[in-house]
Design a protein around this ligand. Sequence first.
Ligand code: G3P
Ligand code: MG
Length: 249
Amino acid sequence: MSAPMTTPWPYPRWIAHRGAGKLAPENTLAAFRLGAQHGYRMFECDAKLSADGVPFLLHDATLERTTNGQGTAGDLPLGALAQLDAGRWHSRAYAGEAVPTLEALARFCIANGCFLNIEIKPTPGHEERTGRVVGETAARLWQGQAVPPLFSSFKPEALAGAQATAAHIPRALLIDALWDGCLDEASRLGCVAIVCNHALWDAALVAQVNALGMRTLSYTVNDEWAAQRLIALGTDGIITDRVDLFAPA
Ligand code: G3P
Ligand code: MG
C-alpha cells in the first residue's frame, strides 16, 4: 500500500508564539503588531470562551498572571473581560492593552495578509464546546479567504468539536510528551499536522508522521542550535518566542 499524500502546506515555516514571545504582553494585539514588525507573517495564539460563549485570547485558565483580573477567565462575560488590563503586568509601555477577541485578531491577520495558528485552549471541562464555538467562529471570520487558520490543541475533544463545526479548517494535535496511540488519535481526527515539543522530534518520528501524511511542527524553539536541528530533520514549522533572534525568510 502506498503512503498517504502529505497535505499541501500554505503556511510559512516561522511562527511567532503568542504574538511576539516575551517582548510584548502575550496574546494582545500589541504583541501581534510587534511580531509583524519583526517580519513574521504567521502567529500562534491561545483561544478560549467567555462565559457568554465568545472566543477570546488568553493562555491561562485564570486571570491573575497576565491581567489585573482575578479568578477563572471563562467565568466572566466578554463585557467584563473587555474592561481588564492585559498589558500592565508586562511593562508600563503596554499598560491598558485589552484582552482581544479572536475576531479582533482575525481582522488584524486578514487585513495584513498574515496566517494564524489558533491553539484551542479550553477552560478545563469545556473542551468540546470550545472547539465547536471556535470552529464556527473561525469559519465565519475567514469565509472567502484563500488560506484558513490552522487549529491546534492538546485536547482531542477540542479538535473533535472544531471538526464538527468547521471540518474544512485544518487541525493539528499538540503533543508535549508522546502518549500511547497519539498518532492514531491524530489520524482519527483528520489532523494535517503534529505540533510537538521540539525535543521529541528525531528522524524516526518525522518519518512516521510524514508516512501518515501529516506535517511536522515544533514549539517553543528559542535557541539557534535547536532550530538548526529541526530544519536539518526536514520539519515544516517552528513556533518561537525569539522574534528578535530569528528572521523569517
Ligand atoms: O501552540 C504551541 C504552544 O503554545 C503550546 O503550549 O502552553 O505555550 O500554549 P503553550
Ligand atoms: Mg499556545
